[in-house]
Design a protein around this ligand. Structure first.
Ligand code: NAD
Length: 707
């Protein structure tokens, strides 16, 4: 059992104890129910207090139980809450730190509630594609008012207890405690007082379910709310269902409202969107864990950072650290380059100030933590140095030799290289255990993804440290082994190759982009190429032609680059652009180039369905990803999903390429690959399903279950 029972004089205290956040899994629910039963039978006990041990009252349901028998197994949360309401002794919730989801629903089932200031209170189920499922939509509007409650339920965002305690007419909290340290003591005191008062008056205990629930504008308000929420829902069904459930609280009897909530909750649970969101919730937490680097691995202290190179990436990387309050020193070869880079950073901050997203004082504080140098000796004392110079092994060699010479012992030496061998870079130093890849994505101050490239000799403490640093600068870190392109770019190369075959066979760039964007990608492959610069892919392909002369490519992308159409930066790429604007306009020149090329290689254009476009592109990611897993470059399928969701605009409702493949069924994935292999214009050898896929199909398993 993960709830403790202790009697303090005449008050029983049930303490949820299921670290880290006292999740309400089956064992915890059994513990609470047992505590309630025990208190009921003990004549000495006059009142019951429910609280949480450690860092939370309760963070809510145990997500890992969702979709399993355990979630509904008795006592389920509804039964536990019902027991709280119906016990013959007064129940008081002593709330502190975190009170979310099922935790808040449990508290709403108690007769009274005492909250510590600073407690984060939320019903975050909507973030998992759900609505609250244990009475949250029916009880919260009764204690907070319909509008306040609906805002919390639809946004899922936490609100501080003291803010809620100030809401006019609120009945959520009976008392705001002095502090988290005294909340239990104050709750016990209130429990005693209330037990005595009820004994004297004979009045029954107050139940939230008995409070009225109305909105003065009735239907008009809910119509308005629906219009607002529809715009924000981004295709997810849950937000509008939150409105339906709260409306039910105002229109139906309590028990009917509860049934409506339950039914809606269960229906949402099996939607693809909810599955994807739940998968990503678990994936995000799993990404921060490295199997052979235990959580208690000692970390190095990172109090200051140096960045080499003040170009596109260096500036963005530096901003991450300044935003987190960590001083940064930047090094460049020339003063002009430093001035230019720093000017861009300042402009970036200034535009945030103009938009009201940043205070001028914060801008000054952040820029005040930035210093510059032209000499490596000026960097010696930094705890972490990140190199973001030109992508050229010779230049990297010079930089790392210098770093090895000057940096203090124990400093971490990181490279932001996107393609180069991190082990080779480490070999330029006498301390390869201190070298790691930190692959930021552009714009580095905005993009969430950080690929942490673990070299053969990278120390475990270095890995533990950089994973911690990533969290501090609010990045989602995913560990990748060393290979060309790491996880994300190695996969995107296959995707781009497929995009090339598709236009050769009859698609226009806009048809491909449209199909992929309809599927939910932020941007199709051709618009993405124009944004990133088509010359980058060209540069990589030229290397590939040397390394892998037999690899099949469509020549169209090279022809485009030979025309100088590098993308937005040249106002011409796969699309035409008006200088200074980013709107992609279909280009007759490009479409003619593609038609001419097709004629030259003797292909007749055929009509390709959106479904084929999407499947060929997404499954090209999947097949390469399966090789990446097999090669040990990624350790879990869910890590690959995190990379694609946070770094490549893969649609969140689809849960990432691996989750998509799992949902499609790996047998169907394999069959689709076999059929693509029969296309004479495609690369049959690429479409040979990766051995991992074949094994999983034979074993009837999914990527996610297997890793
Ligand atoms: P960039 O050309 O914008 O900036 C590079 C900067 O490094 C320039 O300001 C240059 O003056 C400076 N520099 C060059 N040699 C130097 C040296 N020896 N000492 C000090 N400074 C030196 O390039 P970028 O786009 O910022 O890329 C930097 C690195 O980041 C590359 O390794 C690249 O592969 C990687 N990267 C780039 C992107 C991207 O989208 N641009 C994304 C991820 C990773």
């Amino acid at each position: 059992m993960t709830a403790e029972y202790k009697v303090h004089g005449d008050v029983a205290v049930i303490t949820l104890n299921n670290p880290p956040v006292n999740g309400l899994g089956l064992a915890t629910r059994v513990g609470i129910a047992a505590g309630l039963a025990k208190a009921q039978l003990d004549d000495k006990v006059k009142a019951i207090v429910i609280t949480g041990a450690g860092k939370a009252f309760s963070g809510g349901a145990d997500i890992k139980e969702f979709g399993t028998d355990k979630a509904l197994a008795e006592p389920n949360l509804l039964s536990v809450i019902l027991s709280c309401e119906n016990t013959s002794k007064v129940t008081v919730a002593a709330i502190h730190s975190v009170c979310m989801g099922g935790g808040l629903e449990l508290a709403l089932g108690c007769h009274y509630r005492v909250a510590a200031p600073g407690t984060k209170v939320a019903l975050p189920e909507v973030k998992l594609g759900l609505i609250p499922g244990a009475g949250g939509t029916q009880r919260l509007p009764r204690v907070l008012g319909v509008e306040h409650a609906l805002n919390m339920i639809v946004s899922g965002e936490p609100v501080n207890a003291e803010m809620l305690a100030m809401a006019p007419g609120q009945k959520l909290f009976d008392k705001l405690a002095k502090s988290a340290e005294t909340v239990l003591e104050e709750a016990i005191e209130l429990a005693r007082e209330k037990a005595a008062a009820h004994a004297k008056s004979g009045e029954s205990f107050p139940l939230v379910r008995n409070l009225p629930c109305k909105h003065p504008l009735g239907d008009a308000y809910f119509q308005f709310a629906r219009n607002m929420v529809k715009g924000m829902a981004k295709g997810f069904p849950a937000p509008l269902k939150c409105v339906d459930a709260v409306e039910a609280a105002t229109k139906k009897k309590f028990n009917e409202g509860m049934l409506f909530e339950r039914e809606t909750f269960i229906n949402l649970m099996w939607t693809p969107e909810c599955r994807a969101l739940r998968h990503l919730f678990v994936a995000e937490r799993a990404a921060s864990k490295i199997a052979d680097v235990p959580e208690d691995t000692p970390k190095r202290e990172i109090k200051s950072v140096a960045v080499i190179g003040a170009g596109t990436m260096g500036g963005g990387i530096a901003m991450n650290f300044l935003n987190a309050g960590i001083p940064v020193k930047m090094l460049e070869l020339k003063q002009e380059a430093l001035d230019k880079g720093i000017g861009i950073m300042r402009k970036n901050y200034e535009s945030q100030v103009k938009k009201g997203k940043l205070k001028q004082a914060k801008l000054d504080e952040r820029m005040g933590m930035l210093s510059t140098t032209l000499s490596y000796d000026g960097l010696a004392e930094a705890d972490l140095v990140i190199e973001a110079v030109f992508e050229d092994m010779g230049v990297k060699e010079k930089v790392f030799k210098e770093l090895d010479r000057v940096m203090k012992k124990g400093a971490i030496l990181a490279s932001n290289t996107s393609t180069l061998d991190v082990d080779k870079i480490a070999s330029f130093t006498k301390r390869p255990q201190d070298v790691v890849g930190l692959h930021f994505f552009s714009p580095a101050n905005v993009m969430k993804l950080l690929e942490v490239v673990r070299g053969k000799k990278t120390g475990k403490d270095v890995m533990a440290t950089v994973m911690g640093v990533a969290k501090k600068i609010k990045k989602i870190a995913v560990v990748s082994g060393v290979c060309d392109g790491f996880i994300g770019n190695r996969m995107i190369e296959q995707y781009s190759r497929q995009a090339g075959f598709l236009i050769e066979e009859g698609c226009t760039p806009q048809q491909v982009d449209k199909a992929v964007e309809k599927f939910g990608f932020a941007m199709g492959p051709f618009r993405m190429g124009d944004l990133a610069g088509n010359d980058i892919g060209w540069y990589i392909r030229k290397r590939r032609y040397q390394e892998k002369p037999n690899m099949k490519y469509s020549k169209t992308a090279d022809l485009l680059c030979e025309m100088g159409r590098f993308g937005q930066k040249t106002n011409a790429g796969w699309y035409d652009y008006i200088p200074g604007k980013r709107d992609a306009m279909p280009s007759d020149v490009v479409n003619k180039m593609i038609d001419d090329h097709r004629a030259k290689i003797g292909l007749k254009a055929r009509k390709i369905s959106d479904e084929e476009i999407v499947n060929r592109l997404v499954l090209s990611l999947v097949n390469e990803a399966a090789h990446i897993l097999e090669d040990g470059i990624a350790s879990k399928a869910s890590d690959i999903d995190m990379v694609y969701i946070t770094g490549y605009g893969f649609p969140i409702p689809k849960g990432g390429p691996m989750h998509f493949a799992d949902q499609m069924g790996l047998y169907n994935v394999m069959m689709a690959m076999n059929s693509f292999a029969k296309n004479p214009n495609d690369d049959a050898s690429f479409w040979e399903p990766a051995p991992l896929i074949k094994r999983l199909v034979a074993a009837g398993k999914t990527f996610n279950a297997a890793s």
